[in-house]
Structures are given as structure tokens and as C-alpha cells.
Design a protein around this ligand. Structure first.
Ligand SMILES: Cc1cc2nc3c(=O)[nH]c(=O)nc-3n(C[C@H](O)[C@H](O)[C@H](O)COP(=O)(O)OP(=O)(O)OC[C@H]3O[C@@H](n4cnc5c(N)ncnc54)[C@H](O)[C@@H]3O)c2cc1C
Length: 409
């Protein structure tokens, strides 16, 4: 039909994962059309997404290949060490990188990620963005997928990639079964300026009321030292903390930080996110695949949620680019089965490990705390185990897609 716009793939959801995927595909000559009901101007406005993400170094290598790292050059703060403690007791476990080794990760504010991706998409003729727009019809048949937009425009491709985040309606309508539960926790997030430099150290402090993380950010234009915080509290305590004025809230932050960074001042609006787990064992069905939070959602305790989604991006790009070079239909079931095998297990392992960690460090009482401290001390004394955890943090473990090794496909 003449009024149907065609591309190699359709992407439903233009968040961080959907946009990164479109760029990775475009970089290798594959075209995409992204649909999303969100207003693209609103999603890059200050205050829309106050989170900051720890981007694993393997993911950063993909950003290098795709030209996104250059756009983030002044905004990424390398993490050179991570200090982990149970209840703030000093020096229980620390992961420190040697000067010649890659950083454990790079902290970037999500708004900067969104700005960098939006600028890269504006320069990518193979990506067509339909935002804000609503899909009013979806038709999947033996030849491909057609989406009908609110204004009657029809978009068609052999494959639909669903990147709609946690509450993905297309995933649910397509019949993917989801396991999910709530942690009955809220994450309060934001950024603080502080008196002492962070020296590129991230702090992960486990209190029985929930984990507390301080993550280094680049200094602001006035040279103030800054860190992001992710402070997890139980659902029932959330409203009381939300009611605290900025001064009271900052005093609580300083107390939890154990004065590691000196006096603090809030420099970004605080936001609260409810925390839950969800997981789809199947991430592929007829001509439809899931990526990012549409496929899996985990506790932010280890800062791995977006990294998992970007690993989906790297693997799916490799599968589709290899398929296109062989002249295959990009919705071919055997091709998509490779993506299922590749990402299904890694997603499950990381999700279960994160869930276990969340539960282990949430058990109250002195005995549980003593067991955890013994565990942290044991890892501290075992270099091989420490290296394993550092490779996991860098995203170097497992069967790496070529983009994560910093190579073109
Ligand atoms: C407090 C907190 C801290 C975190 N910290 C980290 C961290 O340090 N490191 C890390 O790796 N991860 C972190 N995460 C996880 C990370 O933020 C998510 O994994 C990531 O944002 C998921 O991206 P996404 O693009 O898959 O989904 P989303 O960001 O949810 O994007 C989904 C997109 O789909 C669109 N959409 C919704 N419905 C439809 C529809 N019907 N049709 C079309 N489009 C639709 C939405 O408008 C949106 O643009 C954190 C999460 C939380 C809550």
C-alpha cells in the first residue's frame, strides 16, 4: 500500500533502551521507526528523570562505537572504587581498580543520557521518530507487523521490538507471561553537593531498613562536588520521609553517609520510585521481541537494570545485523531464537542474583548482620572472587556481544 511506511524494524517505546537500539541498528545500516506516546521535549526537560545510572564499562565501549560516548564526554564520572559495608561499618569490602585498568563503571545523569541519545537520533537518517503518537491498531501476520497510528498512518516491518518499560501494554496483549512481585520498598533518589571530594568512590551501605548508595557525579559548573543518592526505605516509612523538609532530609542523608563526604546540600529535586521485580522467561514470540524493562525489572541495589537492557540492545543488534547480511527475514523464528538463547539466561541470572542480594541484606537483626559481615570479609580476602565481582560490575562476564567488546559487528 502506498501510504504504508516501511522499515527494517518497528520499535514500540522510545525510552533509553528503545532509542539506543535504534541507533545501534542505524549504525549498521538497518532502519527503524520508533513510536511512543511521550512528548520528546518533556522527556529531556530538567526534572523529568532525576535518576543517574552507573553505566558498566562494557556498555561504555558500545557507546564509544556508536558515537554516544563523545556526546557524554563532560558528563561521565568514572567509578574507580566501590566501598560496600553492612550498616556503615568502615572498610568491610572494597573493590579498587588499578590505575591502568578500566573503571568499574561510569556515572551519568539520565537527563544527559536522554539528551545525548536525542541529539544522536536527530543525526541518524535511518531512524524515524513518531513521538508523541498513539498506536490504535496492531496486525501481525505471516509476512510482518503493521502498526496503525492515531492519524491513520501505517508503519510496517518484518519485526516489532517492544521497549515499552515495566508496564508494557503490547507485551501483555501479545500474551507474554510475567512473574512479578513488589519489594514493598520505595527508592528516594536525587543529587547532593558535598564539602569533600568523592575521589571517584561509590558507597553502598546496607541498612536493615534498606540499602543506601552514594554514587559519584562530575563536579557542577561552579566546581561543587556532587553525588547521586539512592536511598531505599520501606513502603510504610516512605510518606514520612517524603514529608521531611529539605534540611531535615539532608541531615538524614548525612547521617547515613557517616560523614564520608562532609556537609551536604540538595541540588536536584528528590523523586520516589516504588520498587518491584518482574521477569518474562520468554522474550520472543511470532515477529515480536522484548528488550529492556519490558522484559525484566530488578531492584536498583546493584545498578544493573539499564545495563541489562543495553546488553539486550547489543545482542539483538548483532543477531539482526548477522541475519540481514545473510539475507534472512528479520522476523524469522530461528533468528529470534538465537536472541532468546543469548539473553534469556543472562537476564535470569542477574535478576535472581539481584533479588537474592536484596533479600539477604534486608534481613533485620544482629545475627543476620554478623553473617553478612563475615561474607563481605571473606570476599575481601579472596582476590579471585573479588575479580569475579569486579568483572560483573564492568559487564565483562559471559558471552559478550561484539559491540560490548568495543568492536563493529
Ligand atoms: C531508582 C532507580 C535507580 C536506577 N538506577 C540504575 C542504575 O544505576 N543503573 C542501571 O543500569 N539501571 C538503573 N535503574 C534501572 C533503569 O532506570 C531502567 O532499567 C531503564 O530506565 C529502563 O529503560 P527502558 O527504556 O527499558 O524503559 P523506560 O525507561 O521505562 O522507557 C519506556 C518507554 O516506552 C514508552 N511507552 C510506554 N507505553 C508505551 C506504549 N503503549 N507504546 C509505545 N511506547 C510506550 C514510554 O513512554 C517510555 O518512553 C534504576 C531504576 C530505578 C527505579
Amino acid at each position: 500500500m502506498s501510504d504504508t511506511l516501511r522499515s527494517d524494524v518497528l520499535i514500540s517505546g522510545g525510552g533509553l533502551v528503545g532509542q539506543a537500539l535504534a541507533l545501534a541498528l542505524a549504525h549498521h545500516g538497518l532502519s527503524s521507526q520508533i513510536v511512543d506516546p511521550a512528548d520528546p521535549v518533556a522527556t529531556i526537560a530538567p526534572g523529568f528523570d532525576g535518576r543517574a545510572s552507573a553505566i558498566a564499562s562494557a556498555i561504555w565501549r558500545m557507546f564509544d562505537v556508536l558515537g554516544i560516548a563523545d556526546r557524554l564526554a563532560d558528563h561521565g564520572c568514572p567509578i574507580r572504587a566501590i566501598r560496600v559495608s553492612d550498616g556503615g561499618k568502615a572498610g568491610e569490602l572494597d573493590f579498587v581498580t588499578a590505575a591502568a585498568d578500566p573503571a568499574l563503571g561510569t556515572m551519568v545523569e539520565n537527563r544527559q543520557l536522554r539528551l545525548a541519545l536525542a541529539a544522536a537520533i536527530a543525526d541518524a537518517p535511518l531512524v524515524r521518530l513518531f513521538m508523541p503518537t498513539k498506536v490504535v491498531g496492531r496486525d501481525v501476520d505471516a509476512h510482518g507487523v503493521t502498526l496503525t497510528l492515531g492519524d491513520g498512518t501505517r508503519l510496517a516491518a518484518p519485526l516489532l521490538i517492544v521497549a515499552e518499560g515495566r508496564r508494557s501494554p503490547t507485551r501483555d496483549a501479545a500474551g507474554f507471561a510475567i512473574a512479578n512481585w513488589s519489594y514493598h520498598h520505595h527508592a528516594m533518589i536525587g543529587a547532593v553537593a558535598h564539602a569533600r571530594p568523592h575521589d571517584n568512590v561509590a558507597h553502598e551501605i546496607f541498612f536493615s531498613s534498606g540499602p543506601f548508595a552514594l554514587l559519584p557525579l562530575v563536579d557542577d559548573e561552579q566546581g561543587r562536588h556532587r553525588s547521586a543518592f539512592v536511598w531505599t526505605v520501606s513502603e510504610k516509612d516512605g510518606p514520612a520521609f517524603a514529608k521531611l523538609g529539605d534540611r531535615g532530609f539532608t541531615a538524614e542523608l548525612e547521617k547515613r553517609a557517616g560523614n564520608a563526604l562532609g556537609a551536604m546540600e540538595l541540588v536536584a529535586p528528590r523523586m520516589t520510585y516504588p520498587l518491584g521485580f518482574h521477569h518474562s522467561a520468554r522474550i520472543v514470540t511470532d515477529r515480536i521481541v522484548l528488550v529492556g524493562d519490558a522484559a525484566h525489572g530488578i531492584h536498583p541495589i546493584a545498578g544493573q537494570g539499564l545495563n541489562l537492557g543495553l546488553r539486550d540492545v547489543a545482542a539483538l543488534t548483532e543477531v539482526l545485523v548477522d541475519g540481514a547480511r545473510l539475507g534472512l527475514d528479520l522476523g524469522d523464528a530461528a533468528l529470534l531464537a538465537r536472541y532468546q538463547r543469548w539473553r534469556g539466561l543472562d537476564n535470569l541470572m542477574v535478576s535472581l542474583a539481584t533479588d537474592g542480594l536484596t533479600r539477604l541484606f534486608g534481613i533485620p537483626g544482629r545475627t543476620a548482620s554478623a553473617v553478612r559481615r563475615a561474607g563481605l570479609g571473606a570476599v575481601q580476602r579472596m582476590p579471585a572472587l573479588k575479580r569475579f565481582f569486579m568483572d560483573e560490575a564492568r559487564g565483562e562476564a559471559g558471552d559478550l556481544p561484539r559491540l560490548l567488546a568495543g568492536a563493529e559487528i
